[in-house]
Design a protein around this ligand. Structure first.
Ligand SMILES: Cc1cc2nc3c(=O)[nH]c(=O)nc-3n(C[C@H](O)[C@H](O)[C@H](O)COP(=O)(O)OP(=O)(O)OC[C@H]3O[C@@H](n4cnc5c(N)ncnc54)[C@H](O)[C@@H]3O)c2cc1C
Length: 433
């Protein structure tokens, strides 16, 4: 480690794992028969397991890594009713009524997550502190102002614009041209949340088998034969909840989910006065960069957790991506020059070609995913919805269940087209075009 800003004992794994180390998987046997087999132990898989187990179904979650090894233990912990496309643009594309339905259901996703955390008493530093997005150029400020005016009219959201002259009440930088403040959404501790969901699913009777990659899913009679490293189970139904980690197991889904890396660094603890200046209201923050950044204080308020897409290509060495992020963080907050980085890590988000999440069924296999980097609430909600779909419940209806999940010719799961696009976006961000 040559860069002086890395702490001597910098950890190349999520800061979150300190509060909730990944559980050592107990020796697990894969049963011969099960009602539902779920592939993937992130928020989607756990939420689906919880709903199914509480409805009396026998369930097993099969996970190739440690439990929650994917994005669900690696994310920034921001939550909200986030759909990546601005409401006005989505409305132009799909019509006002459909755009309203999509956004309103995204709000339901946030409400579902909040009710689950509050009703079940999941201790995960869940704070409804809102979200501020800094505009990197004046036009972004105007566009966000226009968008929230339309959203206020059609969705009744609570939001306001903060002009550049007042932005220090939200963020200690002069980098932005003002920003948008949403009075909803907020922050949580992603791994304590994952742990809480896991505990609920286990209490409800779900079984788990970690470090156990699923290698094949094949039709067998009215059900499926699910082959995994620890054994083969005959399942009445299968849910695939692999999102940004979707692989060759499910070629159809792999052609529809685009894995995109995102990286995060965490600073050493800082004096409270520093955070008072940087993020006075302790919110989730982001910006309008095409390769956007997201950041927040740690739950104890002492550290800055700063994430984003470090470069145009995937970077295998977290230290290299951490270096890019460090320079972006200190460009935003020059007073952090010299602060040491204690943790740096990466994870995969799952994007889609229409920038919307999806759930549904293909060849009898159920799936939910494609949260486009905003899944802490949506994954929990769509996990619940896909479980209701398996149960045949009338409450399974969901606007993200469209029956149409777009792909592109020549896309088979390796996003070869991303580097030039991301390089172009990075260039535009630097020039603020
Ligand atoms: C760095 C980063 C920052 C993020 N920040 C935010 C944020 O601040 N706010 C927000 O809302 N969202 C954020 N996200 C997105 C959010 O974390 C995800 O949308 C969400 O966690 C997806 O949950 P999931 O259960 O669908 O998938 P995951 O949690 O990724 O789980 C998928 C699991 O499937 C397993 N798997 C794959 N193939 C197999 C197989 N063959 N057999 C067995 N298991 C398999 C994987 O090992 C993995 O554990 C971020 C993501 C990343 C990577």
């Amino acid at each position: 480690m040559t860069e002086p800003f890395y702490a001597d004992d910098v950890k190349l794994e999520p800061y979150w794992w300190e509060a909730a180390p990944r559980p050592e998987p107990a020796p697990a046997a894969v049963p011969q028969r099960i009602d539902v087999a779920i592939v993937g132990s992130g928020y989607t898989g756990l939420s689906a397991a919880l709903t199914l187990a509480r409805a009396g179904r026998s369930v097993i979650i099969l996970e190739s890594g440690d439990l929650g090894d994917g994005a669900s233990s690696r994310n920034g912990g921001g939550f909200g009713p986030t759909i990546k496309i601005p409401f006005a643009s989505l409305s132009d594309k799909v019509g006002l009524d459909r755009a309203k339905a999509l956004f309103l259901e995204a709000h339901k996703a946030q409400d579902y997550q909040a009710a689950l955390i509050e009703d079940e008493g999941i201790a995960c530093h869940f704070e409804k502190v809102g979200r501020f997005t800094g505009a990197i150029k004046p036009k972004d400020y105007e566009d966000m102002a226009a968008d929230i005016a339309v959203q206020r009219r059609h969705l009744g959201i609570e939001a306001e614009m903060v002009p550049r002259s007042e932005q220090h009440r939200e963020v200690g930088t002069d980098h932005y041209h003002g920003g948008r403040l949403l009075h909803f959404g907020g922050v949580l501790h992603p791994v304590l949340f994952h742990q809480g969901l896991l505990d609920l699913a286990l209490e409800a009777g779900a079984a788990v088998a970690a470090r156990n990659k699923v290698t094949a899913i094949a039709r067998e009679g009215a059900g499926f034969k699910v082959v995994s490293e620890l054994g083969t189970v005959t399942a009445g139904n299968v849910i695939v909840a692999t999102n940004g980690y979707t692989g060759k197991l499910t070629p159809w889904l792999r052609r529809r989910i685009i894995p995109i890396q995102s990286q995060i660094i965490t600073t050493e603890p800082m004096a409270p006065q520093v955070m008072d200046r940087l993020i006075p209201n302790r919110r989730m923050l982001g910006d309008t960069c095409k390769l956007h950044h997201y950041y927040r204080p740690s739950p104890d308020g002492a550290r800055l957790i700063f994430g984003g897409r470090a470069g145009a290509t995937e970077i295998d060495d977290p230290r290299a991506s951490g270096t890019h992020l460090y320079y972006r963080m200190t460009a935003l907050f020059p007073e952090l020059a010299g602060v040491r980085i204690t943790h740096v890590w990466t994870g995969y988000t799952g994007y889609t070609f229409d920038t919307l999440p999806h759930l549904g069924e293909q060849d009898g296999v159920h799936y939910a995913g494609g949260y486009c980097g905003s899944g802490t609430a949506m994954a929990v909600y769509l996990g619940h919805k896909i479980a209701l779909r398996v149960l045949g419940s009338p409450e399974a209806a969901c606007v993200f269940d469209t029956g149409r999940f777009p792909t592109r010719p020549l896309y088979f799961g390796t996003p070869w087209f991303l580097p030039p696009i991301l390089m172009y976006y990075g260039w535009r961000d630097r020039l603020r075009l």
